[in-house]
Design a binder for this molecule. Sequence first.
Ligand code: NAP
Ligand code: MG
Length: 501
Amino acid sequence: MATALKFAQPEERVSNFVSRTHKMLINGKWVEALSGKTFPTYNPATGEVLARVAEGDKADIDLAVKAARAAFETGPWSKLTASERGRLIWKIADLIEENLEEFAELETLDNGKPLKVARAADVPLAVDLFRYMAGWTTKIEGNTIPLSVPYTPGAKYLAYTLREPVGVVGQIIPWNFPLLMAAWKLGPALATGCTVVLKPAEQTPLSCLRLGELIQQAGIPDGVVNIVPGYGETAGAALAAHPGVDKIAFTGSTEVGKIILQAAAGNLKKVSLELGGKSPNVVLGDVDLDAAIAGSASAIFFNHGQCCCAGSRLYVENGIFDKVVEGVAARAEKIKVGSGMEASTDMGPLVSEEQLNRVCSYLESGLSEGAKAVTGGARQGDKGYFVKPTVLVNTNEKMKVVREEIFGPVVTVIPFKDTEDLVTQANNSVYGLAAGIWTRDIQKAHRLATQLRAGTVWINCYNIFDAALPFGGYKQSGWGREMGHDALEMYTEVKAVCAAL
Ligand code: NAP
Ligand code: MG
């Protein structure tokens, strides 16, 4: 009880930060929106206004892009050595780590996720990402290339490639892991020497704004990172369309990803997209049942199912179908749903009323089409945006709950008869972000890993993220990869240099 009380209220420094009227970071200064407008961010556990934040729009984005351009072309950033750049990025990691508790509480207040999740996952993963990317600054290398030019017989050349920063980068991020998504975006951009205009999600701008303060404290020069909170349709759209932006990096829905792509066409800026998913998680008949059940429950219920890679289609081999359904449902029922600030909470509220309504309308659609909720199937309570962890059976592949990304704690469990049937069903999706395989047969597991069309395949585990492991989607789940050294490719241009000797 004592522990529960300790976490029920945020620390004083967190409440003090939250209660400010939040400004935006442009060219190293904290400024109000040119329009003077602000917008509210809500506490999803109560539905009450948590803070007011400067509402950036096209005019503010314009200023931020100009600042980022100047910082890229003539600022001190462009003159730093790779090692100096690395040390500054490492410093950001240290500062986040020093303020781990504060970040965890900000995420919980703004997003709703349990404090213990923010503490164990969101914040340490962000720290690791910055450290990993800090190490890359001194290792971004080109190649030397032997030439055999047929029309200059006898001539000799020295030819090599340089990897140069792509320039001014616009970054638009979602609300499901606010700090971590900012880290995934900023880390490779800074490592490669780009400058940035970042727009956090309207639902969860607070941790990103606090990160902006630490970025300044770390000594990143003015204008290198600009943070403009605001709405997608205004600030986000202006950033995606801006002719002064060289590359846009987006994480969010596939629907908005397509809009970003069109907006980017004006100046053919480079585009990377990390979009939705409807990931198959597969349990084979030979499996360690307890591990597979625990892992499959966590694959969907982690972060309330608000993960682009959530294992939302659970495929189970015929012979063990009932046992797995029963086991996952029993785990769902044990999940303690409540305010993320309480120490005993396993699952907090969904991020917003809009998201609550979306998820509930998917549940209604599935149930009205004949799906059966073994457990859950509805909202929990009438205050805050809580949804009961839900296990659906009796679905078919025409149903929206099987085809579309729900982005909530809802799993559809689907039987399959053999591997061929499984691969056909699992790959029958416009998405291709992730997949899970649970089996004791390691040969079968690796064969299946080659057959599933997904950017990540987890074998006997799920939701394992690492700064070194590339993440991104096949098909309509996106373009490009985040994390790992693959991420650097999305932030660099290759220059070929050829000198006659
Ligand atoms: P979203 O609309 O795709 O939002 C993601 C980001 O894009 C936010 O910063 C958003 O701004 C911005 N945005 C929205 N419209 C834009 C536009 N026209 N131009 C430029 N930027 C724009 O996602 P959502 O509305 O928050 O959530 C809807 C669904 O998207 C979810 O239910 C889920 O299925 C999916 N989703 C996927 C991921 C993922 O990681 N793949 C993450 C979040 C959501 P605002 O600040 O106005 O939101
Ligand atoms: Mg939105």
